[in-house]
Write a protein that binds this ligand. Structure first.
Ligand code: TYD
Ligand code: MG
Length: 457
């Protein structure tokens, strides 16, 4: 008989450091995100804690104060955060290496410290001298901006408890180590335990924390996705390497909506806000090129003009290729299927490339029609009229539907010099001076486009 008194073997636990999904056994490829070699064993840590006495308080006690955001002083950041940083909140800023996370957090730190508030930069990644040199280039150095050159989570916790600064910036969370856990910095265990400890400390002392986290395309660093449920706010910082434009978005925000986009330009003086995004996006537009259409999309509350480009080519031996940048592939597939099935445009058997110019991205369905126009224009090799915008969502029956806030979109198109707009038939009026070309269906709209194509040819 087997003795029942043996203590059970500790259960092993595995987590994918790319997407955070748990697995019962070690596997070479994550079944969720399909990345190879990202699943690692997580140490089960003994949870020793004294049980504090429960204190019940009426919910009404918490109504006043609490989550009033404090402006960071960096306008585009405040736009995305709905006003600023809430005291005691933890924000994760994630992005690929080199995109500008350290620059952005340094600018926030300088702006907040510039108001006299105390800000601590935890510089695990770069030497303080390096950070100081960059900071000095970006602005004057306020005396309330201090540096803690360490990678010890406990040391940061002690500093937060003793000094209670207004903001602590940790650059980056992947450099942190909790003493007593013998896995290396950047591992799932270290990143998660460090973030958990700092979140608890932030709440305890009402100190705001900003954690910088790297993500790489191949998911090779333990990252932000593991931490999304722990923190209050998750910001992503993205941009095309070949462009100076950078986009700040929130994918989670406990204190407000997640719809706004902050738009910056990286230059010699750091990150500057892009005050007129429409003009900036259309700056490099080649007027009169086939396969391009301009469309007003909504970036949060702001209508912004963007150029969508498409290229179709006869496919080779293999199945038709589809390469997409800046819009969801599923949206492009829908537009292609509607063009083929409802308007007899032979696009499904061809290689298709679709790109939103400037490295921006959107899930706004209001650009469906512009995408169809760009594809149609590419197919015939004739450009869309230079002063024409298209703004409608496509339904599966091939009908045109009004996107939200069409009025404001059309105002923006007029402001930027556009004089014709293809819109759904239900639209009653637009800005004076903008000629509305109303269409019920994609095939009607393409009929309008064809003479326009011919006119410009
Ligand atoms: P950085 O903030 O170090 O990126 P991250 O922390 O995300 O890795 O910024 C990286 C790039 O930004 C680097 O290539 C240099 C450039 N940069 C400028 O162009 N202008 C500037 O004023 C600063 C500070 C950086
Ligand atoms: Mg950095």
């Amino acid at each position: 008989m087997v003795s029942a008194s043996r203590s059970p073997r500790p259960k092993r636990h595995y987590v994918c450091r790319s997407c955070g999904v748990s697995a019962a056994t070690w596997i070479g490829r994550c079944t969720s995100c399909q990345e190879w070699g990202t699943v690692e064993e997580v140490q089960a840590l003994p949870r020793v804690r004294a049980a504090p006495a429960a204190v019940l308080r009426p919910l009404g006690d918490f109504v006043a104060g609490g989550s009033v955001p404090l402006p960071t002083g960096v306008g585009e950041v405040d736009r995305v955060l709905g006003g600023g940083i809430v005291a005691g909140s933890v924000t994760l800023l994630s992005g690929e290496p080199g995109i500008g996370k350290s620059t952005l957090t340094l600018q926030i730190a300088l702006a907040i410290a510039g108001t006299g508030a105390s800000v601590v930069l935890v510089t695990g990644e770069e030497a303080p001298a390096q950070v100081a040199a960059r900071a000095a280039r970006l602005g004057s150095l306020p005396p309330t901006l201090t540096v803690l050159d360490c990678t010890s989570t406990e040391m940061i916790q002690d500093m937060m408890a003793a000094d209670r600064p207004q903001l602590v910036v940790v650059d980056s969370v992947q450099t942190l180590r909790v003493e007593g856990i013998d896995s290396s910095a950047g591992s799932v265990t270290q990143v998660r335990e460090s973030a958990t400890a700092l979140v608890a400390e932030a709440k305890r002392h009402d100190v705001s924390v900003m954690l910088v986290g790297h993500v790489t395309k191949d998911g090779s660093l333990a990252g932000p996705r593991l931490l999304e449920h722990l923190v209050d706010t998750v910001l992503t910082f993205t941009g095309d390497r070949s462009s100076d434009l950078r986009f700040l978005r929130s994918v989670k925000h406990r204190f407000g909506p997640t719809t706004e986009t902050g738009i910056f330009e990286m230059g010699a003086g750091g990150l500057a806000p892009v005050l007129d995004p429409s003009r900036r996006f259309l700056r490099d537009r080649v007027k009169g090129a086939a396969g391009s259409t301009v469309v007003p999309i909504l970036a949060g509350h702001r209508p912004v003009m963007v150029e969508i480009q498409a290229l179709t080519a006869p496919r080779g031996e293999q199945a038709a290729q589809l390469a997409v940048q800046g819009v969801a592939t599923s949206r492009v597939r829908l537009v292609l299927a509607v063009m083929q099935q409802r308007a007899d445009v032979p696009v499904l058997s061809r290689d298709v490339f679709v790109s939103l110019v400037g490295g921006s991205s959107t899930d706004d369905p209001g650009l469906d029609l512009a995408m169809a126009f760009a594809l149609r224009s590419s197919l015939s090799g004739t450009p869309v009229a230079v002063d024409l915008v298209a703004c409608a969502e496509l339904g599966l029956a091939g009908e045109l539907r009004s996107p939200t806030q069409l009025d404001r979109r059309l105002q923006e198109a007029y402001r930027l010099g556009f004089r014709q707009a293809v819109v759904p038939a239900s639209v009653e009026r637009g800005p004076t001076g903008l000629r509305l070309l109303r269409c019920g269906s994609l095939s009607d709209a393409l009929d309008i486009l064809l003479p326009a194509l011919a006119r410009t040819a």
